[in-house]
Design a protein around this ligand. Structure first.
Ligand code: ADP
Length: 518
């Protein structure tokens, strides 16, 4: 076996663990040959060897997971749980620590919908497409909030704080109750689920005493085997405005106009303002525009904008719900946006019974994935996503700094500003060509520079690729990293053998301290 073994594990110990693991799930669901390992690697990685798994296991039940955790603890082999492992741009299905065994939960696909209360209880393997199909086939009048690439799972996306674009777009905030296997194999239900057979498990988030759901998000404290989510009641209407703005600096007034409407609740959805590359990168390739290396110049940008009728920035705004209410809200939004003098402005109308739009209409799609092919060759993307205040001035400053860095490092700018209720997330995508060695050399220093720039302005990332988990954790430095100390104390208490996802979000158990490399 040509494996990368977990640090400190002998070949003999690993073989004996694999035998025991296989006995838990059956031959068919234990994956330890080279092709298996390659399938679970990070296809978009800058250096995927740093995150090569030693194999993967795909249990189908909670009891199998509990048995696997016990074997892992006996041999001190780290497990890296994934739901569907489509976390592309953040590491895909690969682990932070090379040699970990991926715990692939994609076979666990149970869905229990409570239509009357607008909730669902899903297992980790339930994809957005699975849940969408389930609701459609059964005629259940509830809508999903799907991310722009909806290939992944409902559970994995919410755990990693992914977002969608309906009023329920902050997927993590819609979690209500979880079932979790801990590192010692114990099985826990959070919130009202801590009462045996509670009819309110998916209805009241906090339970009694400390509330744990969010502690299992972006952490390595447990393996989530079920998750409750709130779903949006199907609206009567969705009224929209698709708007384009001509100049880079139009970003500021646009943010200062949308922010108050969002906070007031006139705009309930979380819109994303994106630049001109968002269409070109999915329907064309770079060589159709230019063969010049370095960041795209102004002539190419103008050509792209002309071809697609786009501004420098564009945004799709949508209002959902009762027609009478939506109409009034949309009139208020339209008036505020029109006053800014947009380049183009288009109203959209959807009413119950019409075909729904992808993404903003809660219909999953994978089309945006195509942007990985922008350079041709073996493509990919890595994200850089700091959290900002909802301030036009600060957003423009952040944009200008970042845009200058894209030029300095010779990369094509793909940026967006996504609204939350009180914050903005500035998602920057770095589109890669893995066959361009010179470019690949620039990507890592580029991303580290962006992290440092953000930090020196008081900003931290909300989520990051495996390669930068330590570097980002390092920026959260109040009182000499008190947050990291707390995370590690909890980690060491719950998982003293360090078998669950060591390194996730920069949280290293004491037994793996040596692996840190920020
Ligand atoms: P998706 O299914 O949307 O592709 P992933 O399975 O890639 O999402 O999950 C994203 C990240 O969330 C993983 O890398 C892992 O760190 C964490 N994660 C996913 N599923 C679980 C789970 N069931 N329990 C604990 N952590 C998980």
């Amino acid at each position: 076996m040509n494996t990368i073994l977990p640090n400190g594990i002998s070949n003999t110990a690993f073989r004996s663990a694999v035998k025991q693991f296989t006995a838990c799930v059956g031959e068919e669901y234990a994956f330890f040959d080279d092709l298996d390992r390659a399938s679970y690697a990070d296809k978009f990685a800058i250096d995927d060897a740093a995150h090569h798994p030693s194999g993967a296991l795909a249990p189908a039940t909670v009891e199998e997971i509990r048995a696997l955790v016990k074997v892992a603890a006996e041999h001190r082999i780290p497990l890296w749980p994934i739901s569907r492992g489509k976390n592309l741009g953040y590491g895909g299905s690969a682990p932070a620590l090379a040699g970990s065994v991926v715990l692939d939960l994609s076979r666990m696909k149970k869905i229990e919908v409570d239509e009357a209360n607008g909730t669902v209880l899903v297992e980790p393997g339930v994809g957005f497409y699975d849940l969408y199909d389930h609701l459609q086939t059964k005629g259940i009048r509830l809508w999903l909030s799907v991310p722009a690439n909806s290939w992944g799972s409902v559970v994995g996306n919410a755990l990693d704080r992914g977002v969608g674009y309906t009023p329920y777009g902050d997927n993590t905030a819609r979690i209500c109750g979880m079932e979790v296997v801990l590192a010692d194999g114990d099985l826990l239900r959070t919130g009202m689920g801590a009462l045996t057979q509670s009819p309110t498990w998916q209805l009241y988030r906090y339970g009694y005493g400390p509330s744990w759901d969010q502690l299992f998000c972006q952490s390595n404290f447990g393996i989530v085997t079920k998750m409750g989510m709130w779903l949006m009641p199907a609206p009567e209407s969705v009224l929209g405005l698709d708007v384009e703005f001509d100049r880079p600096e139009d970003l500021g007034p646009l943010i200062d106009t949308l922010g108050p409407l969002r906070r007031e609740g006139v705009l309930q959805q979380s819109p994303t303002i994106g630049n001109w590359l968002r269409a070109a990168a999915v329907v064309t390739t770079r060589n159709q525009w230019t063969t010049k290396p370095g960041a795209l110049d102004d002539d190419v940008i103008s050509a792209i904008r002309k071809k697609f009728g786009m501004g420098w920035w564009g945004v799709s705004l949508r209002v959902y719900g009762r027609t009478a209410v939506a109409r009034e809200s949309m009139n208020i939004i339209d008036k505020a946006i029109t006053a800014l003098g947009p380049m183009t402005l288009k109203r959209t109308t959807w009413k119950d019974g019409d075909d729904r739009e992808a993404i903003v209409g809660g219909v999953p799609m994978t089309f945006p994935l195509q942007s990985a092919n922008w350079h041709g060759g073996r493509g990919g993307h890595v994200g850089f996503s700091p959290v900002l205040p909802q301030s036009g001035r600060l957003a423009v400053e952040q944009f200008k700094r970042t845009y200058a860095r894209y030029h300095e490092f010779g990369m094509d700018y793909q940026g967006s500003f996504a609204f939350g209720e009180r914050h903005l997330i500035n998602v920057n995508s770095v589109l890669l060509d893995k066959d361009d060695a010179a470019m690949m050399k620039r990507v890592d220093p580029f991303l580290r520079t962006l992290i440092a720039d953000a930090r020196s302005n008081g900003y931290g990332e909300y989520r990051t690729h495996l390669d930068y988990m330590d570097a980002v954790a390092e920026t959260y430095d109040f009182n000499d990293h008190a947050m990291r100390r707390l995370n590690e104390r909890v980690k060491n208490a719950l998982d003293p053998k360090g078998i669950l996802a060591p390194g996730k979000s920069g949280i290293w158990p004491a037994v793996h301290q040596r692996e840190q490399k920020s």
